[in-house]
Design a protein around this ligand. Sequence first.
Ligand SMILES: Cc1cc2nc3c(=O)[nH]c(=O)nc-3n(C[C@H](O)[C@H](O)[C@H](O)COP(=O)(O)OP(=O)(O)OC[C@H]3O[C@@H](n4cnc5c(N)ncnc54)[C@H](O)[C@@H]3O)c2cc1C
Length: 324
Amino acid sequence: MIVGLVEHDGGVVSEPSLQMLTLGRRLAERLGEPLAALVIGSEARPVVDGLAAYGVETVHHAVDDRLDRYAPDAWAACVVDLMGTAGPTAVLAAGTDRGNEVMAHVGARTGLPVGANCTEVQPGDPFLVTRLRWGGSLLEDARLHGEVKLLTVAPHSIQAEEGPAAGGWSVEEFSPALQDTDFRVQVARQEGRPAGKVSLPEARVVVGGGRGVGSPEGFGPLEELAELLGGVVGCSRVVTSLGWRPHTDQVGQTGVRIAPDIYIACGISGAIQHMVGAKGAKRILVINTDRQAPILTHADYAIIGDVQQVVPALVSAIREGKGL
Ligand SMILES: Cc1cc2nc3c(=O)[nH]c(=O)nc-3n(C[C@H](O)[C@H](O)[C@H](O)COP(=O)(O)OP(=O)(O)OC[C@H]3O[C@@H](n4cnc5c(N)ncnc54)[C@H](O)[C@@H]3O)c2cc1C
């Protein structure tokens, strides 16, 4: 059995988890084993039914009142508990902050190695995996040993695809053995997104701003452009360091990884630490005064010009086109 630990936000499965299940299903098919999912906490209830479309045969649902707020060690305890009863060949999670954190705890609890941020997996003993290192600038081929193979799947390295429905379908609730010490680290409070606003990692359009935007107020036209295109605003680390935008908006190695259909990068130079976070973008439109800026080497389209003039011009052209 292959088990995939599924993350969700407010009852919606995260895209990286669906990508992980897609890789998990392919792995399960090659091994001739069933694919199972593990979901945690009562908030996971709405996601259970949708997992069948990804080839999941059994959903193991860990239930305990204390699990409603994310606690990495407690989640790891749920995984280890399930490993004890289900005896899987491999346990997969998405290579998100949470997925990697939980699997690191699972590795520590079981003494098993963890292959983080894998992009390809060849079953066998050991598993042969290719994984992202150094923020995505290096691909490493590695051998993954261990009685149970523990690994995470690099977000956006494969496309999430529904698959043939599994032969059977069942949901099995279980109460994991949890200690109070498993909750020493737990989410205390979560800042809600404004209703109807998509998150940065899931946005189809991201309008990013860098130092070239000039000031916090300079982000006004970028917000407007993002809203017209149904997207959200992101930024570089210089911008968060200057206090112009919150850290939650930062794209990059020490920020969020995005995978939009188009990334509109305004006044951003394209430092490697920034581009690591924008690697998943399908198209990049650069707006920059400097035609030698490194980001131009990643651009599908470029407008050489001042962001203060170009973005308002784009906004009015789109408004006009939409008859607004
Ligand atoms: C360990 C580490 C981790 C890091 N993590 C991150 C990370 O997660 N995310 C991140 O972004 N960075 C990260 N950085 C910082 C990164 O190295 C760069 O310093 C940063 O990305 C640069 O931000 P920027 O492009 O906004 O600024 P700059 O490099 O100063 O570039 C500004 C750009 O704006 C253009 N410009 C100026 N005026 C205008 C104008 N009026 N109109 C149009 N264009 C204009 C300029 O030509 C230039 O290309 C990290 C660095 C380290 C060492």
